[in-house]
Structure formats: C-alpha cells, structure tokens
Write a protein that binds this ligand. Structure first.
Ligand code: AMP
Ligand code: MG
Length: 358
C-alpha cells in the first residue's frame, strides 16, 4: 500500500507540474498584432490587438478599420456625399433623416455642450469657417462678421427628433463640425467591434485619441501611453521624448491644444479651437490631456477644457465621473497641473524607460 502511494506521488507530481506548465503556456498563448498606421479621417489610425491567434487578431484589426471607415463616410466634412455634408446643406430647409451613428454623435454632442455650458459646441462651424478664411486672406474678421457668425452658433438651435431620427437647423447658415468629437466616437466604435470579434485586449489610436482595454501586451501590467511635450518640436520622424507616461487599463486619453494646428492671422496665432462665447481662438491652455472611461468623453472634454482654461476646466472634469485632466496653462513657464486623481495614472520616471504608444 505504502509502495503504491509512493508510485502515485512519483507519477502524479511530475504530471501535475507538466500540466501547470502547459496551462501557463496556454494562458499566455496569445499573440499581439500591430496594424501599423493607416489614414482615416484625415489623420493616422493604428490598432493593436491581443488575441488567441494571428488570424483572430487580423480579423479584429479589419473590423476596427471597417467601422472607422464607415464613420468617416458618414461624418466627413470634406466629402460632399457624407451624411454630415447633407445635413449641413439641407437641415435649415427641413428635417434631414440620419443614420443611428450620426444621430448618436449629435446627441452626445448636445450632451457635452450642456455639460460644458456651451464651451463644447459642434455648431461652431460658421466661426471655424470665418477663421479659416481669415487665415487664408491674412485679415482678421470684422466685429460684424464675428457677431453674424455667432448668431448661427448654439446647440439650442440644433433640433434633434429622436422618434423620427432627424436633424434640423433653427437658423439658416448653421454648420455642424464634428472635429472635436468624431474621432473619439470612432475609437469607441472600433473598440466595440474588436471586443465583439473576440479580442482579449487592444488599443485604438486615431490621431491621438486613444482607448485601450483588456489584456495589455506581454510583460506589462498596463498599457503605456507616452504624452508628447507640446513645447518641444518633433524630430524628423514626427516624434519627441515623451513629457510623461501614463499607465492605463480600460481607459481613454485625448489631448487638445494649439501647438500643432492653428492659423496665423497677421502674425498672430489663432487656435483651431474656438471659444464660442467670444468668437476668438481659445488661448488659455497650451494643451490639455483628458483621461476618461470612453474615447467620446475624452475627446469632447479635451476640446471643452481647452476653451474653459484652468479653473473652469478642472471644475468640469470633476463633474464627470472617472475623468481626470493634465493641463499645461499658457504662459512662459510650462507647468503641469493635475486634477485630483490624475497622478495615479503616471508611470514613475524610474520605470518610464520604454513607452509603448503614441
Ligand atoms: P480637438 O482637436 O478634439 O480639440 O478638436 C478641435 C476641432 O473641433 C477643431 O478643429 C474644430 O473642427 C472643432 N471645434 C473648434 N472649436 C470647437 C468648440 N468650441 N466646440 C466643439 N468643437 C470645436
Ligand atoms: Mg476633442
């Protein structure tokens, strides 16, 4: 009996150890596939997928790009045949029926407009057009032109009929511009598509609007996102040493600022983000980075906070559950300001040797 017991142990222990080894191999048996950059919505998009197999990962990558391309076809400003262009052409004459996705983005836009007391407002189009023209002509707009454009701006003039899924403008000459929210929305939909197709984890980066979820790359506890220093010019590869590195699990991050995109009018820099209260380019912050639970929220809040500036911007972020901000106020000395919980996402500089993203 004793002998039998010994044999069982001698056989069972190695079998158990082998089994555990096999299970641990199996549990780490995932691949990481990076799509590389593709052009979507006038910017670069990249997807990283953690999946069971190369084939599964590739399927998820294609699903993520498919939905981003569909959203671009619906919401592009530049395509005359997009649903958004149709809305902008026809909604002053009567209700225009739209797809579920376009309606959802518009509803979200109105929500963020209300939340930010108008700092975020997708009806900003007429002011964007005015400043674009001013940049081209190198002549600032007159007060009359600014006042005229501002009369066509305001989410209260955007009439959304949920029952019939239509959009109408209350005032002629209005124009919806989804530049401050559309990319975030596309990132959320891409993540949804990746999850549906079985990705164990992943990251979508559409022009700096990033969302990650699930299992991070091997040997890492979290997804690492490097934030660029807006005061350092990019090198010839378009990169810079990151200002700081964030460690994220299931969060999104978006940055707004005028350090890359602006027009110059008579030598004066005008941000592409417009303070609808004054009609002028936002100028209170060099940049602001928002961490939020989804990419639509991060995108909309980053634009809103850029308009609102330090105090009001932080107050807005505090009102949104799960949102945090890292701000760089305008001024000579670039200084980082953190919202209450933002530091919890920072990778200590001793561990920050290798950022993986952005
Ligand atoms: P982002 O880079 O996400 O901050 O978005 C900036 C873009 O949003 C601009 O290029 C405009 O297309 C649009 N935009 C400008 N000002 C506003 C605003 N106050 N509210 C919403 N969208 C805006
Ligand atoms: Mg934005």
């Amino acid at each position: 009996m004793k002998k039998y017991f010994r044999i069982v142990i001698i056989v069972a222990v190695p079998v158990m150890l082998l089994g555990m080894l096999y299970m641990s191999r199996r549990s780490s048996g995932v691949v990481e596939v990076n799509s590389g950059f593709r052009v979507v919505m006038g910017t670069f998009s990249r997807v990283v997928v953690i999946a069971r197999s190369q084939r599964a990962a590739q399927r998820c990558i294609e699903a993520a790009f498919d939905v981003q391309n569909r959203i671009e076809a619906l919401m592009s400003d530049f395509r005359a045949d997009s649903e958004l262009s149709k809305v902008n052409r026809l909604a002053a004459q009567g209700p225009v029926p739209v797809s579920e996705m376009t309606f959802e983005v518009l509803q979200q836009s109105v929500h963020f407009s209300t939340l930010s007391e108008g700092a975020f407002d997708v009806t900003v189009g007429p002011l964007v057009d005015l400043w674009r023209k001013a940049g081209k002509m190198d002549v600032p707009p007159t007060d009359e032109a600014l006042a005229e454009a501002r009369r066509k701006v305001g989410s209260d003039k955007l009439i959304l009929d949920e029952k019939n899924r239509t959009v109408r403008f209350a005032v002629a000459g209005m124009r919806v511009d989804l530049g401050g929210i559309g990319k975030g929305y596309a990132v959320d939909k891409a993540v949804e598509a990746m999850r549906k197709c079985g990705a164990r984890g992943g990251l979508v980066d559409l022009g700096g609007n990033i969302r990650c979820f699930g299992r991070p790359p091997q040997d890492q506890e979290r997804w690492r996102i490097g934030l660029q220093d807006p005061n350092v010019a990019p090198d010839e590869f378009g990169g810079t040493k990151p200002l700081l590195i964030l460690a994220l699990a299931n969060e999104s991050v978006a940055t707004s600022g005028d350090y890359r995109r602006f027009v110059k009018v008579q030598g004066q820099k005008q941000s592409h983000i417009i303070d609808t209260a004054t009609g002028q380019g936002a100028n209170k912050l060099v940049s602001d980075t928002i961490i939020a639970s989804d990419a639509t929220t991060a995108d909309a809040l980053s634009t809103a906070v850029n308009v609102l500036g330090l105090e009001k911007g932080l107050a807005l972020v505090e009102r949104v559950s799960g949102a945090e901000a890292i701000l760089i106020p305008a001024g000579k000395e670039a200084q980082l300001i953190f919202s209450r919980g933002a530091r919890a996402y920072l990778v200590p500089s001793s561990e920050a040797a290798r950022p993986d993203e952005k």
